[in-house]
Unconditional design. Sequence first.
Lengths: 465, 642
Amino acid sequence: MDFGEPSDDEADAGKVRVKFVTKVPSIRVTETPVAVPESLQRYGLSEVVNHLLGRDPPTPFDMLVMGRFLRSSLRSVMQRHALSGEAVLEVEYLPALRQPTEAEHADQPDWVSAVAGAGAGLETFVTGCYDGCLRVYGPGCKVTSLEKAHQAPVTALCAVPSLAGGRPGGAHAAGFLSGSKDMTARLWRRAGSGGNSSLEAAAILRGHANSISAAHAAASGSGDSGGAPRAYTGDWSGHVCLWDVACLEGGHADGDDAQGTKRRKTDTGAAAAAAAAVTELTPLASFRAHAQAVTGLAGPGGVGRPQTAAVVVPSSTLYSASLDRAVKTWDAERQDCLHTLNAPKAVTCLGCSDSGRMLATGHPDARVRIWDTRTQGETLTRASLSSHKQWVTGVKWAPGSETMVLSCSHDGSVKLWDIRSTLPLHSAQAHRGKALCCGWQDGKIVSGGEDGAVKTYVVPERNHD
Amino acid sequence: MPRKQESTAVRLHLLWCVNHLVLFPYQHLLSALRSSVCCCHLPRVGTQPTLTLYVVPLHWYDEYDHIGYDRSGSKVMKRADGTGNGIDAALNARDDPNYARTVYDAYNDREVTLTDRELEVIRRIQAGAFPHPEFQAYPDYVDYFTHEKQVMPLEGGDEPKRRFIPSKWEMMKVHQLMKGIREGRIVVNPKKKVEEDSYAIWKDDDDIPEKHRGPMHIPAPKIPLPGHAESYRPPKEYLLTEEEQKQWEEMDPSERPTNFIPKSFDSLREVGAYGGFVKERFERCLDLYLCPRAFKRRLNIDPESLVPRLPRPRELKPFPNALCVEYKGHAASVRCIACSGDGQWMATGDDNGLLIVWEVDTARAAQRFDLSGYGGIGAMEGVVGNKGAPVKWEALVSATVKGKGRRRAAGAEGSDGEVGPRVVLRCEREVCCVTWHGKGDYLASVSRGEDRRAVMIHQVSKASTQCPFRKTKGEVQCVKFHVSKPFLFVATKQQVRIYHLIKQMLVKKLISGCKWISCIDVHPSGDHLIVGSYDRRVAWFDLDLASTPYKTLKYHTKAVRAAQFHRHYPLMASASDDGSVHVFHATVYSDLLRNPLVVPLKILRGHEVTGGLGVMALVFHPRQPWVFTAGADGAVRLFQDV
């Protein structure tokens, strides 16, 4: 126990008074300032808090000083912020996030290129593979369904939120949207649940003239009165197509025609019965969003978002990222570019927080950059996170968190970040070769890579007890 | 008569002496006159004197009654009346009408009466004129040539008119001078600049003009300071052992490391006088005296200042500087790369005839084609087809060394399910270069040889082939289409010829200065060309300027295999057999007066040299500042900007 007992007079000169505060009531300690050595780091302060709480098996705590995670000593923080040693330093502590543990593992015959979760409370997620198949995984990481979806590798996959009960941004996925290098996207309806969940083909989305590289689906529309579910796909020529995917909720084509969306039957005559469910959709709108390939589409109101999360941007907001280094904010209904952020490097992937306020982008220069859309500048990044060794292939913002980001890279690692620190919280060497995709499914991390493996990691809850 | 003449002369002199220098002894006067006066002035002098009086002073005879001796030795007696008395003289003066002109000759002791002429001579001498009255000092001038008037003169016509009228040319000259004076060009009597001869002696040397400074002081070279060995008690290691001392003594004095033997004394008191002092001083003086010293002017130029000021590479970002992705799959050396227009696909071909289409971002070999039946793949180029062009999507053409060029459509292969070569063009000989026209309808191929089939242009939409040249001058290495104009660049071993395809004429001939051209590339603006060569250099041509290179870059240590401009960024790269890729910044200004700026940025290494071959192919990413390289080691790499 070396956290500065009063008897320890030799270190008296380098002491600072800190006040421990927390937002978790159950672990609150006295707010009386405590003098601790300046040289203490997170571990030392965590020991102090454990001592104050009287916990016998100590539990680790993370320390927040001036809104940043403490990753060095208190002295360096004080030097950096030019703080006087006489001032009381306020240190916020919270239970540390434990190392995620590898839970399940599944192998696929080809590279796993895309992954999407079905939402909170379900143990279902879908992966897209380079053999053109979609695989639905149920509990225990078992394949419950396999659909030969595309002729070419699946490159984009996202869950389409359901509009059950008129709530926008439902927690569960009504279906999935897959995009491929064969220039088509397909819409899949989720059927079954648990161990026998499967996919039903709902529609073929034709409208792109190049390989599809990004997909996003959200409950959009004007107001809360009942927005229409919208899907967006971006391709390698820089075009973004806007699709109405209400057919997913309506069940079958009969009800959909009444809604007046643009669609047409692919089948005629006798074949209609067989392919009744598979309609061919044309885009509501198609616009050239970028000069180069659209590599990321994101927006608020994705699947897996807790009901409590507040969306601070209009639900029709769409963010798009491209290799031309621009991250654009769109009013998707009007196809109007509201704002453009210029990244210093090409953007390869994009993630958006639940509130729609924070963006994370991955870049070929092995960096993850964090953007705050409220800032007015064009080149301002909140943070530039560099720990990956190679090209970042995917970033996903953690559902229900405004600070936690998941990223994967060509170096095979999957990293969990908190944007209040430039060092990753946790890192796992998930794949041999490249890690190509990552995603969240009900508190678990799912990742796929070049080695054909799908891995899930359980992220422990922050232990508040 | 002779005697009379002589005495007259003596009298003359006497008179002259009386008038001027009375106190001179008479004899001295006479001798002086004799030696100086001209005979013609004194015509009577020259007769032999009858007396031998001259040799003694006259007063020696004062006590005698003779005044000398004649030639026979008998005395010449004084006159009886002698000097006479005053009364006689007064009587004579009354009686003798010639008394006024009579003078006494003391030598001959007689009276001489002067003639009129003699008086005239005396008068003239007294007046300072020439003595002889007949001498004309200022005779009338007689013109030697013209004093005789001839009836028929040899020359002398009428005086010309110009002698009598004012000269026109003089007037012009005067006007010129007047004008100059008015304008101030000509200064009449200019004030001479008075150079300051005085200067302040306490001024700094720099302010004093050179001529006022004395000879430049050259300090004597300093004697090296004494070291430890010269101490009166040097450390032990400086003292010589007996062997060393023996060795020292045997050495020639000029070869000895020191000119003394270090000795150790207990105290400074015991140190004796230095025996070699005088000799050493003498040698020092000899050194100073015999070795002339001179100031050497050394050029004091900072070598850094001679290097042109280039922007730092940091300011010229972005450019490819780090290895990003490796594409693994080739076993043989990869000779060619092509990249699709949107940067999604990249294709490589190797010597075994294996053609792989890669996904750029994931390095996945999307498709493999085994073309080993055609031979190794030697050249390849991709093109983005316009919508109106017959090539619907993106086409890729590859050439094989067995003499069969082939091309196929890539990118669209998934949609119609057809995978494999679309068209096979059979050339007679080995194809070494293929290139697309920018619109994607025309395709040029180069075969080995110098006949009409060396360069062929194929039209895809009409499935036709033309041979634009009846024969080529030299073996064609590669061809390129101009970006916007109907020009075809044809590179032979040492030259690049630019042909106008519509007018069918030669537009320009560029002399590369290289021995064997390996590759050419046209700048996207169409006004610049780079030429890579097997003799290690990359030549940059400005097509608006001369037919010689604007710049020749000799940075590679081995043959340059590929060189390319980036289509959008101001970048240029060259790949070489030394295993390195050099990336340059290459800004071309639209201002015609500014030269292109070429700055070396980065050397990308990583490819291994296999069998003497390094990096074989290079292509820039169409939109990003990234570069793909392929090497003889079978590796394909993507370098990107970090």
